[in-house]
Ligand binder design. Structure first.
Ligand SMILES: [Zn+2]
Ligand SMILES: [Zn+2]
Length: 314
């Protein structure tokens, strides 16, 4: 095993220009004794350096957290994936810190989690190199402010279906269908607007609370448009996003679903990014204040002797 070990310098040039180290070109010759030999298994396949802040994928590959996050960003697409109607797993298991993407090594869809165990091992085995990597990463992150205001939402969209036999004749069969939009976070959703075929009596339905579903009986399938609208202070990070009806920039994500009347129905999965605007909280407070003032105005109109309650009771 010892003969297979390769020597790596921490001052290698990174292959990714976006990740170029400020130390590039300033490589100083080091004493042989300063080298800690790196086992090839401990090298990040993205940056070719000792893995720093390791994440391990479900397909069992290791990467630096920053490398994997960057990879997930550049390979991100808001394409819908058709999934099993019963799939709920990803909603339950993915937290904001997990990175879900196609593995750069084996190309399977995978989830990367921080591995503290591996980090402990790396720190112990390569104390000097790991410290140098930490310095490098810190120098890099001065230019790139970590964007922890962005998170990925999973949205399931689809329909359940049941055939109702009303008559011996097939043409009289009815379809009992339930269209749904299931986002992994509902606390930041303002409402979901559902647009049915124009032949429906009320083709535009606004659902303000989860579950965002509608159930109908019908003869034919058609394409439903759903506008998923975020609360004030949040915006979709997506080329497809539009401004919300109330003016929220990129606050509305239009999605489409064609009803599927085969068997129990079908669903698709979207992965979409949401950004929390810095002024999001302020905006939320301002709107809430406006709402309260409006209620007070109405109250005063109805009861001229009414006294406004103290804001904080002090
Ligand atoms: Zn890396
Ligand atoms: Zn993999």
């Amino acid at each position: 095993m010892g003969s297979k070990k390769r020597k790596f310098s921490t001052m290698q040039t990174r292959s990714d220009p976006a990740h170029s180290s400020p130390y590039d070109g300033n490589t100083k010759p080091q004493e042989e004794s300063d080298h800690e030999e790196i086992n090839p298994d401990d090298v990040c396949p993205i940056c070719n350096l000792l893995v720093y802040r390791p994440v391990t994928t479900s397909c069992n590959h290791n990467f630096c957290q920053s490398c994997m996050a960057h990879w997930a960003d550049v390979s991100f697409s808001a394409q819908m994936t058709h999934v099993d109607l019963d799939e709920r797993r990803i909603v339950e298991t993915i937290s904001a810190n997990d990175i879900e993407t196609k593995c750069p090594m084996c190309r399977t869809q995978t989830v990367a989690n921080v591995s503290q165990q591996l980090e402990r091992y790396l720190k112990e085995r390569y104390p000097k190199l790991y410290a140098t990597r930490a310095e490098e990463e810190e120098a890099l992150s001065k230019d790139i402010t970590p964007d922890d205001s962005v998170e990925i939402l999973t949205i399931y969209i689809g329909n359940e279906h049941r055939l109702i036999r009303t008559n011996e004749s097939l043409s009289n069969n009815k379809h009992d269908w339930k269209f749904f939009v299931r986002p992994s976070r509902i606390d930041i959703i303002e409402e979901v607007q559902i647009f049915l075929h124009p032949t429906f009596r009320n083709p535009r339905i606004i659902v303000q609370y989860s579950p965002y579903e509608i159930r109908r009986l019908g003869w034919g399938y058609f394409t439903i448009v759903a506008h998923v609208i975020l609360k004030a202070g949040y915006s979709w990070v997506s080329g497809e996003a539009e401004d919300a009806p109330d003016g929220g920039e990129k606050g509305m994500l239009p999605l489409q679903w064609t009803l599927d009347f085969n068997g129990r129905g079908a669903q698709g999965r979207y992965k979409v990014k949401v950004r929390r605007q810095k002024e999001g909280m302020d905006e939320e407070m301002r709107r809430q204040g406006e709402r309260v003032r409006r209620i007070w105005t109405e109250q005063r109109r109805a009861d001229p002797d009414w006294v406004e309650p103290d804001a904080d009771g002090s």
